[in-house]
Structure formats: C-alpha cells, structure tokens
Design a protein around this ligand. Structure first.
Ligand code: PAF
Length: 279
C-alpha cells in the first residue's frame, strides 16, 4: 500500500493511472475501521484497478465538539487492516492539507433533505460532510465513490452534492454490515462497554419489530412500541421515524409505499444511528 499525505502528490499519481485507463475506486473514512469499511474496500477492489481509502476525521461535520474530541483514532490498526485487505493507496492528510488557508467555504443548497432527521438534530453536519467529500473528490479523481447504507441520509445528501457540483463520479451504496447479533458496525461502537453493546442490540430488535408487525393504517402505535424498547435499554432517542424513500415522514401507511425506518439514539453520550428498509 502506498501512503500519501500530500493532496498534490496523490492527485498527480492518480491522474497518471487514469491516463493508462485504470479505473479508480474511493472509500472515504474517518478511520477506526471496521468490517463495514473493509467490505467497501473489497467491493471497490473487485470493481476497479486501484482502490484509494482516505482517513480524515473531518472537524467541519461535528456539530458537537465533545463528539469530535472523543472520536476514536486507531491509525496503526487501520493501516494494518488496510494492508491485510490489499488496499492500494491510503490518503492520510493533515487538516491544513484538506482546508488550506485559501480554501473557499461554500453553502450547498441541499433543500428539505437537510432539515429532517440527522439534518434537524445535527445542524450544519451535512454542510461539513459535503465540504469535505467535495474537497476529497477534487483530490482523488475517482470513477466510483463507495458509501455505506447505514448512513442512508448521508448517501442521499452526497448524491445531491454531486448533482449540484456536477462532479463526474458514480456513487455505489453498499449494504450495512452487522455484528452477528445484528448491531450495525460503526466506529463509535468502539466506545461502547460490553454492557452498552448488549443494550444497543435493542436498536436492531426495534427495527425488526417494526418490519415484522407493519400493517396499513396508523404507524404511531408501532413507532411508540419501538421507542419504548430503546428507552427500556437506557437510550435517549433523537428520532425514530418511518419515511418514504425520499425521507418524507409517513404516519399513515397505504400498504404500498416503500418504507424505511430510521433511528438515532444515544447511550452514555455515544450516538448510534441505524435504518432498515421495512416495506
Ligand atoms: O461517513 C463518514 O465516515 C464521513 O461522513 C465521511 C463520508 C468519510 C466524510 O467525512
């Protein structure tokens, strides 16, 4: 694996590869890598000639400074994992490399998608995500960008950002990878104690409860039952909603509209998110 720290060096390396018609896949991460990230690397490796992974804990997407301070950093283990999974390139930039003094901040017109769910509970978060991913894509000139479905809303936001900026890149969304017991893989899981991990299973159980018991009509009772499951496991809930595929809330189901259930909840100040296609 080749390690790049400088944006200009990486861009010129990739441009040389593209001249030779090599396909480039890109997996942006904030490190603390887990099986979910590694599945994206594996998928990129099978679709492309070169796979680039970036590790950068992006300060502009954290609306909560405490969350930023406590974000797990495990660079040495990450490098070993990437090597073991035959990743070709690791981009490990400094903050100055991503946001140089002449970096021009812009505002992305994301529309209503930014005002619901994560957008509502983490003001400014998606502007920061768009800012860093646009910057990364302007460095890593890739054909395919790999994202995980656990961040369902982030995937929609980044599709919109790519539409706005007219960057020429294909987004590939991969399935959520779960632990054997159903807990969605997340870098933040590293902060959970064994007891909290056990309690966190209630998120998957609550999503499954909705999927199994879904019927046309009012969705309020089933949402309330699921919220109770989380509260009984000591979670504080930011949101637990059922929406259509465009993230519009659905409170009365016609029995036909495709539905997704999305949840964000906190245990001991550790914030977890998950979602499930339920119909
Ligand atoms: O999903 C993440 O880890 C981050 O939001 C991303 C896409 C790497 C941007 O910092």
């Amino acid at each position: 694996m080749i390690l790049f720290k400088k944006a200009a060096d990486l861009s010129s390396f990739i441009d040389n590869q593209r001249v030779m018609n090599k396909k480039v896949g890109f997996v942006p991460t904030m490190g603390a890598l887990h099986a979910g990230h590694l599945s994206l690397i594996t998928q990129s490796k099978s679709d492309n000639d070169i796979t680039v992974c970036s590790i950068f804990v992006n300060p502009t997407q954290f609306n909560n400074p405490e969350d930023f301070k406590k974000y797990p950093i495990t660079i040495e283990t990450d490098i070993k994992l990437l090597e073991a999974n035959s990743c070709d390139i690791l981009f490990l930039p400094s903050t100055e490399e991503i946001y140089p003094p002449d970096f021009e901040k812009k505002y992305y017109q994301l529309g209503s998608i930014e005002r619901v769910l994560e957008g509502k509970h983490r003001p400014g978060h998606f502007q920061g995500v768009c800012m860093v991913v646009e910057r990364l894509l302007n460095i890593v000139h890739c054909d395919h960008l790999y994202l995980g479905k656990k961040d369902y809303q982030q995937c929609m936001v980044l599709k919109k950002m790519i539409e706005i900026t007219q960057l020429k890149v294909n987004i590939i969304v991969a399935e959520t990878i779960r632990e054997d017991n159903g807990l969605a893989m997340s870098s933040r899981n590293q902060r959970l104690s064994n007891n909290e991990k056990q309690k966190s299973l209630s998120i998957y159980k609550a999503l499954n409860h909705i999927k199994k018991n879904l019927k046309p009509g009012s969705l309020t009772p089933i949402i309330e039952e699921s919220k109770t499951m989380l509260i009984e496991s000591d979670f504080l809930i930011d949101y637990f909603e059922i929406t259509d595929s465009n993230l519009n809330e659905v409170s009365n189901w016609d029995g036909k509209t495709p539905l997704i259930a999305l949840v964000a909840a906190t245990i001991n100040n550790i914030r977890l998110i998950d979602n499930m296609i339920i119909a």
